[in-house]
Design a protein around this ligand. Structure first.
Ligand code: FAD
Length: 368
């Protein structure tokens, strides 16, 4: 018999939730991760007493009461509400697009005036069938919002002019005719008190974890140790790229410690001009109402992805989705390998969705 029931490749949220649930059911698990720490992309590094979101700002939000209660059973959450502000040249705007934004743009004060302003700009453009992302956005929100708050940010994110991006990337652009700067519409939102590591540590309590271990460096050896593999890494790599490589967008994070207790007064400030090379500046302490004497900020630069860089956002165009489908067909035939998580499913998932999908997988596997 094998040493473990499950070998879990990847100590991210998917692997951690699966490990917790399997352990609850009396199963023996080993988690391996190629990084020097557990937690996957929600991992935070402590700098000057501040939890620094090393792989990008993470804000937990969900409409699902069950998932909210599930995460709160491991760690308490604070009342952080995401209310980003956007800088465009020397102007500052509230996000998401709401009555505060419209007042800042046009000095309009009533929903009726704001709606009329947006509609008149849309009518003037007279776009019948949007041929690209620019026309799509313009036909949804008009010229001012598009030029100041969408165009530059989107072009930096994708590394291409908006006129060369497909219209389908933007399906809707939520506009809100109330004075409400809460970015998310979900019922529940917050940050774990003490940081995300508290959540992933509580999930994996009592589970063996080996760090700095790449599954592919010694694949047969790892596979031989467990009855079943739960794989949360890149699915194309699992199958030796036999149908080709799946593409991603990547990010470069530039972290800085500053000798001030408050740099920008908000956790998230977007930079919307094309000319500013980063898209956002994150000031981490504000996620937890920190009162430390110093502060840590992170500039986020979107970049092209190559094999040495972190794969952040899947590019779900036709080419990549077709390639993924080939891998998925192979995965569906496996009886001793479970695939899950954002890399194995080649899909952007928020944290609550990853937890939901891990719990669903657990239900299927253990039939309870
Ligand atoms: P991961 O966390 O990536 O875990 C996979 C793990 O597998 C990694 O630790 C990796 O090192 C390991 N691994 C891979 N290959 C191997 C191998 N060969 N051998 C060993 N180990 C391996 N969600 C929200 O809800 N709110 C947000 O505000 C939010 N912001 C985000 C911002 C950014 C920039 C990004 C990219 C994502 C954001 N998310 C957010 C989504 C969130 O990060 C994911 O939902 C979640 O982290 C996915 O968990 P996972 O376990 O699938 O993947």
């Amino acid at each position: 018999t094998k040493t473990y029931d499950y070998l879990i490749v990847g100590a991210g949220l998917f692997g951690s939730v699966f490990a917790h649930e399997a352990k609850q059911r009396g199963k023996k698990c080993l988690i391996i991760d190629k990084r020097s720490h557990a937690g996957g992309n929600v991992y935070c590094e402590n700098v000057e007493g501040i939890n620094v979101h090393k792989y990008g700002a993470h804000i937990f939000h969900t409409n699902d009461k069950h998932i909210w209660e599930y995460v709160n059973s491991f760690v308490e959450f604070n009342r952080y509400t995401n209310s980003p502000v956007a800088v465009y040249k020397d102007e500052l705007y509230n996000l998401p697009f709401n009555m505060n934004t419209f007042y800042q743009l046009w000095k309009v004060r009533t929903p009726e005036e704001a709606k009329a302003k947006i509609q008149s700009q849309i009518d003037q453009l007279n776009i019948k069938e949007p041929a690209n992302l620019e026309e799509q956005a313009l036909s949804l929100v008009g010229t001012d919002i598009y030029e100041k708050l969408i165009k530059g940010y989107t072009e930096k994110q994708w590394g291409r002019p908006a006129t060369e991006l497909p219209a389908f990337i933007i399906k809707r652009l939520p506009v809100r005719f109330t004075y409400d700067n809460n970015y998310f519409n979900d019922k529940y939102q917050g940050i774990p008190i003490g940081g995300y590591n508290k959540l992933t540590e509580a999930l994996t309590e009592g589970v063996e974890i080996k760090l700095n271990v790449d599954f592919f460096k010694n694949r047969e050896e790892w596979e031989s140790q467990a009855d079943t593999v739960v794989f949360t890494g890149n699915i194309d790599q699992y199958y030796n790229y036999q149908f080709g490589q799946l593409q991603y967008r990547s990010l470069n994070f530039e972290h800085q410690t500053l000798e001030t207790d408050n740099y920008q007064g908000n956790a998230v400030v977007n930079y919307n001009e094309r000319e500013v090379p980063y898209t956002r500046v994150i000031e981490h302490k504000h996620f937890e109402f920190g009162t430390q004497p110093k502060t840590v900020i992170t500039k986020e630069y979107p970049q092209e992805w190559t094999a040495e860089k972190e794969p952040y956002y899947p590019i779900n165009d036709t080419r990549n989705n077709d390639i993924y489908k080939n891998y998925k067909d192979l995965a569906d035939q496996e009886s001793k390998v479970i695939f899950g998580g954002r890399l194995a499913e080649y899909k952007y998932y928020d944290m609550h969705q990853i937890i939901g999908s891990a719990l669903k997988k657990v239900k299927d596997v253990f039939q309870d």
